[in-house]
Design a protein around this ligand. Structure first.
Ligand SMILES: Cc1cc2nc3c(=O)[nH]c(=O)nc-3n(C[C@H](O)[C@H](O)[C@H](O)COP(=O)(O)O)c2cc1C
Ligand code: SF4
Length: 434
């Protein structure tokens, strides 16, 4: 369907099998890096323009260069496979279809930053993928690609899987570090940043699974080759996740900057029952939603999404049709964030609860005239006032849905205000019983 040759989800049968991966050139790039200087590897990654695929789009080469080459303490790499953001399901596709390319990328990252221990953090619910990845790691140990004096060199690295207990906040990098240390998964104040004070107070780099899976082809074919794929400011391919009212949901690997309409109609087979689109979440549930008018000609990468006040996030696209009840959807999303707040910051802990209560009463026909403004005020007071970006993640869907879908909120409030008292009492009873 596309001329583009996938970089990660390659069309090679049984690529998860180590024999097949090696037969197709697997681990030879890592072997090549054993004779490269750390500076040369990092330079190539910088040249590629690769940005982190965990949501924040931070340049990977620059992140790696923050890691001190000389350190009295051990250094760590944490591979972030927590993937708890609703609508994100791309990392597990890598564990399933091409785990060795991720492992090879992890080994190259360890070589570049002089790291001897890497942890792969995966949410515990991903049990089948944990089993698949463990098998791939065991097979790589068996072939001597991981462990002591790898391929006869003086370089040694171990890779361990750490299972999370399924808390969304553990995907936040410093909460992830606390979780590996056996503490409650709560974000830490920054600075100090993990590059200097990370896991057990030692220098640590945290990278997403997709980010690391991009590394072997970058080193094999050169940073310049990669930098020419997709959009210059967000180079490479992206694993776009399509879900919602779509005919062919799934993961599609395509260049960054692919048209959103192509993703929906050409690859995703269009909207179910040929209905019109009402709302689209472009990159996971925390990203500001888009209206149907905003998607025409819109390219899917961070730079282009900024022009419609949104972001690429994790690339998880949710398509919602014309029948969608916007208030209900935003209430459902807010319920998730209310449940997942770690509770450290008052604006996040209390604010998520307030937003949920207001959305709930608007949804149940108990809304008041002042509720929309109150909701916006609470969201604005959460955004930018918390220890970690979770606060923004919770506030953005609410704030931007009000801005972009105001008539939907106004209609529900108007209907609430005009509802006879008797119905309101009935409605209230329902609320209490639920
Ligand atoms: C609330 C919250 C949840 C996050 N969850 C994830 C996650 O599941 N996976 C991930 O890779 N990054 C997640 N991140 C981003 C990480 O903190 C971090 O930026 C990322 O793992 C860095 O990798 P990258 O540079 O390769 O993108 C989350 C951030 C926040 C604020
Ligand atoms: S913003 Fe929310 S999740 Fe993040 S530290 Fe504060 S309370 Fe915890």
């Amino acid at each position: 369907m596309s001329d583009f040759e996938p970089i990660i989800l390659k069309n090679i049968p049984d690529l998860h099998n180590i024999e097949v991966y090696v037969k197709n050139g697997g681990y030879s790039t890592f072997k090549k890096t054993l004779n490269m200087t750390p500076e040369a590897i990092i330079e190539e990654v910088k040249k590629s323009g690769l940005r982190g695929r965990g949501g924040a789009c931070f340049p990977t080469g620059m992140k790696w260069s923050f890691m001190p080459q000389k350190s009295d303490k051990p250094k760590y790499l944490c591979c972030n496979g927590d993937e708890s953001e609703p609508a994100s399901f791309k990392d597990r596709e890598i564990f399933e279809k091409n785990p060795h390319q991720f492992i090879e990328g992890t080994l190259i990252a360890c070589k570049a930053m002089g790291i001897k221990t890497a942890y792969v953090y995966i949410r515990g619910e991903y049990y089948p993928w944990i089993v698949m990845l463990q098998k791939a790691i065991d097979d790589a140990y068996g072939k001597g690609f991981i462990g002591k004096n790898i391929m006869g060199s003086d370089f040694s690295t171990d890779i361990f899987i750490h299972r999370g207990a399924g808390a969304y906040i553990c995907g936040e990098e410093t909460a992830l570090l606390n979780s590996i240390e056996g503490k409650r998964g709560m974000p830490r104040f920054k600075p100090p940043f993990p590059a200097n004070f990370g896991l057990w107070g030692c220098p640590t780099t945290i990278n997403n699974i997709e980010t690391l899976a991009n590394i072997p082809p970058i080193i094999e074919k050169g940073g310049e080759w990669f930098s020419k794929i997709g959009e210059p400011k967000h180079a490479g391919s992206l694993l776009y996740g399509l879900s919602g009212h779509i005919n062919k949901p799934g993961i599609y690997e395509l260049p960054s900057g692919t048209l959103l309409t192509d993703l929906i109609y050409k690859y995703g087979g269009g909207v179910k029952d040929n209905k019109k689109i009402k709302m689209i979440i472009p990159g996971g549930s925390s990203m500001p939603p888009l209206t149907a008018d905003e998607i025409e000609g819109l390219r899917m990468d961070n730079e282009h999404l900024k022009t419609v006040n949104s972001y690429i996030g994790t690339g998880g696209i949710v398509v919602m049709n014309e029948d969608t009840d916007i208030v209900k959807v935003i209430k459902r999303i807010t319920k998730f964030y209310y449940h997942e707040s770690c509770g450290q910051c008052t604006p996040c802990r209390e604010g998520c609860g307030w937003m949920l209560k207001i959305l709930d009463r608007i949804d149940k026909g108990m809304g008041r005239n002042e509720d929309i403004e109150l909701l916006r005020d609470v969201a604005n007071n959460i955004e930018g006032n918390t220890i970690c970006a979770f606060g923004d993640a919770a506030a953005w869907p609410v704030k931007w849905a009000i801005k972009k879908f105001m008539p939907d909120f106004e209609k529900k409030v108007k209907e609430s205000v005009e509802l006879p008292i008797a119905n309101k009492v009935h409605s209230l009873r329902l609320t209490v019983q639920e």
